[in-house]
Design a protein around this ligand. Structure first.
Ligand SMILES: [Mg+2]
Length: 253
């Protein structure tokens, strides 16, 4: 029998732990083809794609999986523009996984965090078909106990269902990510501790410790919930996790 996990750390991927091939190798091909066939500007086309995904995410009757399915979204927009699209997002991701990269020496951070009482779990809004090939190519999969994507429990990251029974099986849940809504606001609403990654803090905030930064940060008017800690790099994460564990569990490693 495996030892019960006390802490689960949920990791966002894009912009937090890795850089995927979308910006450098997927969007240029997809947008280039749609632009050539439609005459529209690539920037305008990208806005249409993002708006379609956002509209699907807001629509609770829409499938959480389809709202992040860039193949379905690009085909839908192309059809709306009266053109056919040959480029295939999933194939482009797989063909270009080699240009992905790990941020902040993240693999070493994950190894440092690895402990019997902790589970490290991927929590990404990207679909498995786009994210797992990248994680595998980067050699990160063996460092995680599980990978949660919208297709795992048919929920978006903002939904409690996304996280399955991990919160029920652990005493401390920590979300680590770079997006305010998905990685701070919603997980805080589920009772998770939140560690917000903000790489470019001003020098005044950067000089503070991650917990003080979270108190002093100039949140926007629509950012009502404060993070528990703000880190500039994943290198700062292990110390933050230990402090949260000491406070909540009464022990760490
Ligand atoms: Mg992110």
């Amino acid at each position: 029998m495996t030892q019960a996990k006390q802490t689960v750390i949920f990791f966002d991927l894009d912009g937090t732990l890795m850089v995927n091939p979308f910006d450098r190798a997927v969007w240029p091909v997809v947008l280039g083809e749609i632009a050539a066939k439609s005459g529209l500007d690539e920037g305008e086309i990208f806005k249409l794609l993002v708006a379609e995904s956002a509209a699907r995410q807001r629509d609770e009757s829409s499938s959480p999986v389809l709202s992040m399915d860039w193949d379905d979204i690009t085909q839908t927009i192309a059809a709306r523009l009266g053109i056919s699209l040959e480029a295939h997002v999933e194939s482009l991701v797989r063909e270009n996984v080699a240009i992905s990269s790990i941020l902040d020496n993240g693999a070493d951070v994950l190894r440092e965090l690895n402990a019997r009482h902790r589970a490290l779990v991927v929590a990404t809004k990207g679909l498995a078909k786009y994210q797992i090939p990248v994680l595998a190519a980067l050699g990160l999969m063996p460092l995680f106990a599980a990978a949660l994507t919208p297709d795992t429990h048919h929920a978006l990251k903002k939904h409690r269902a996304f996280f399955g029974d991990w919160p029920d099986r652990t005493r401390l849940q920590i979300m680590v990510g770079d997006m305010y809504d998905d990685d701070v606001q919603y997980p805080a609403g589920h009772g998770f501790k939140t560690v917000w990654k903000r790489p470019n803090l001003d020098s005044r905030l950067a000089a503070k410790d991650p917990f003080a930064r979270a108190l002093l940060y100039p949140y926007a008017d629509n950012q009502a919930v404060q993070a528990d800690a703000i880190i500039q790099s994943l290198q700062e994460l292990p110390a933050v996790v230990r402090r949260l564990e000491q406070a909540v569990l009464g022990f760490s490693d």
